[in-house]
Design a protein around this ligand. Structure first.
Ligand SMILES: C[S@@+](CC[C@H](N)C(=O)[O-])C[C@H]1O[C@@H](n2cnc3c(N)ncnc32)[C@H](O)[C@@H]1O
Length: 256
């Protein structure tokens, strides 16, 4: 999936909703930031987390954001232009040009599941970490993501089309991958949401928009897509609507 202007802009709005904020709060709690630290956020998108990290590590700390999308990096730089302790790099996770053993923490949010060779990305990320520094990842369990309310067949089709992730159930395999790389103290915690309305500026509303765009782009007729939207609307009106998403925060310590 390409996070260009169109998808990237909606993705940045999703990150700014209450769901995105609560996820970042969980990440920041786990990072337990200190003055002078160097922290890297890989797949930083529009730089929301980098901005928050930068304001917790003091002027001699460094918050680094990495993303291969020029659009994401451009908007991240704009968001953080007032902050002197940030650096943004337009690169892939497995091609980051910073010193090895230099980071006090490496973090990914909703990024690893989109990367083809996730083992290579994890290996590259580990090299950037100082000994006994923390790794924090948040990824969604995409099998449990979605809308409830419309008729099953149509609803399943709309969700199937939206599955752009290379590793939709990554959190179920991540502990093993980290163990193999020599990480220790591997822990998981769930961040679940059960939402029963889709107001204009809500997380479900923006996913609905992305799903409609994806379906039309892949050739589903507008009539069918609007039928699904109408069913969502009717379900919400009749108290038979829900949107569920479960993300998993995984943390671990680099042993070397
Ligand atoms: C769903 S967005 C999440 C952005 C941000 N972490 C957030 O939570 O708002 C996924 C991001 O991963 C980036 N990405 C995709 N492939 C990548 C790769 N190979 N290495 C690093 N980032 C990648 C995308 O450009 C996109 O900005």
């Amino acid at each position: 999936m390409q996070f260009d202007n169109k998808i990237g802009s909606i993705q940045q709005i999703l990150t700014a909703t209450n769901v995105g904020v609560l996820r970042r709060q969980a990440i920041l709690k786990e990072l337990n930031l200190k003055k002078n630290q160097q922290i890297i956020d890989i797949g930083c998108g529009g730089g929301h987390l980098v901005e928050e990290i930068s304001m917790s590590i003091g002027p001699s700390g460094k918050a680094i954001g990495v993303d291969p999308s020029e659009f994401q990096i451009k908007t991240a730089k704009e968001r953080c232009k007032h902050l002197p302790n940030v650096q943004f790099l337009c690169s892939n996770a497995n091609d980051i040009n910073i010193e090895h053993n230099s980071c006090d923490a490496v973090t990914f949010t909703q990024t690893l599941e989109y990367i083809d060779n996730v083992d290579e990305a994890l290996f590259a990320a580990k090299k950037l970490q100082k000994p006994m520094s923390i790794f924090v990842n948040v990824s969604t369990l995409w099998d449990f993501f979605g809308f409830h309310g419309p008729e099953k067949e149509l609803n399943d089709m709309m969700h199937q089309i939206y599955r752009g992730q290379k590793h939709p159930m990554l959190p179920t395999q991540l502990n093993g991958k980290l163990e193999k790389l020599g990480y220790t103290n591997i822990k998981t915690q769930e961040i679940p949401f059960f939402i029963t309305n889709k107001d204009e500026n809500s997380f479900p509303k923006f996913h609905e928009i992305l799903m409609v765009n994806a379906a039309i782009k892949k050739g589903v007729s507008e009539d069918l897509v609007y039928k699904w939207q109408n069913q969502l609307h009717e379900a919400e009106k009749n108290g038979k609507f829900a949107f569920t998403v479960i993300s998993i925060l995984t943390s671990a310590f680099s042993n070397s």
